[in-house]
Design a protein around this ligand. Structure first.
Ligand code: HEC
Ligand code: HEC
Length: 221
């Protein structure tokens, strides 16, 4: 943990020197303020903002992370603050992507009543061929340990974040999926399905973490 944080702050100060100009760049570039770098163990859970309203980047595929930073920079993904961050980071993206990809993924467990998530689980495990919807798990994995090489882990992401991403693919404002497949899948999901899928993946929480409702303080800036 300490090692990663040191690596994070070292990278950050280099980036600020190289690319960032405007005021507040040091805040935007202090990635670990929002994306904790660490093992996600229950010891870390005690010190994390739990559950975090920000996507957890630890252990995500390196190519995926790099592509997202690029997408914020080029406007294929829209979020004013992360666009400013990615622009200021510039060439530093590769190093940050590598650092998060190398960090241990969080240890997650499904919390709450499994039977509340049957609709989502059916879509995830089987898809719906009547609508040409493949199973989400075929690319994203069936549980948090089933790691995909290209598709990001969805388990443990904040509910509001996941629902927003699916809506952004569906309405075409998120275009970071180079082949347009997530746009096409998401556009075939109903609002209720998006809500159910987001709730299910978000119900996977860091072991030992509390269960406050993270939707209350979703950042959207
Ligand atoms: C003030 C909080 C904050 C800081 C600081 C911050 N981020 Fe983010 N980050 C966010 C939010 C919020 C999102 C989700 C944005 C969206 O909805 O697209 C995000 C999304 C991301 C994503 C996409 C995640 C995914 O699962 O697709 C990456 C990659 C990322 N940030 C990397 C970084 C890096 C690298 C830094 C430091 C240079 C950084 N962030 C600094 C809040 C922050
Ligand atoms: C053919 C493989 C494939 C299938 C099937 C698939 N996905 Fe994806 N998904 C991807 C890839 C690849 C990405 C990254 C795209 C990008 O860079 O924007 C992604 C991205 C996402 C994201 C954004 C994650 C983040 O951290 O921002 C969400 C949410 C998501 N998928 C949900 C789903 C759901 C729900 C299903 C099932 C209905 C599904 N996906 C089916 C491959 C797939």
């Amino acid at each position: 943990m300490t090692r990663f944080l040191l690596a994070a702050s070292a990278c950050v100060s280099v980036m600020v020197a190289q690319g960032a100009t405007g005021q507040g760049a040091d805040v935007l570039l202090n990635c670990s303020t929002c994306h904790t770098v660490g093992s996600g163990s229950s010891m870390d859970a005690a010190t994390q903002r739990v559950p975090s309203p920000y996507p957890n980047l630890n252990g995500q595929p390196v190519r995926y992370l790099e592509r997202q930073l690029e997408a914020y920079r080029t406007g294929l993904r829209q979020h004013p603050q992360m666009q400013a961050t990615a622009t200021a980071l510039g060439d530093g993206s590769a190093a940050m992507a590598r650092m998060y990809a190398d960090a241990a993924p969080p240890k997650l467990a499904l919390q709450g009543d499994v039977s509340a998530y049957l609709e989502a689980q059916k879509l995830i495990a089987e898809g719906d061929w009547s609508r040409s919807l493949p199973s989400c798990a075929s690319c994203h994995g069936i549980n948090e340990e089933d790691r995909a090489r290209l598709a990001p882990r969805l388990h443990g992401h904040p509910e509001g974040y996941l629902a927003r991403q699916l809506r952004a693919y569906a309405d075409g404002t998120r275009q970071s999926d180079t082949m347009g497949r997530m746009r096409s899948f998401a556009s075939r999901l109903t609002d209720a399905e998006i809500a159910a899928l987001a709730a299910y993946y978000a119900a996977w929480r860091v072991e030992g973490a509390g269960s406050t409702d993270e939707n209350e303080d979703q950042p959207d800036g």
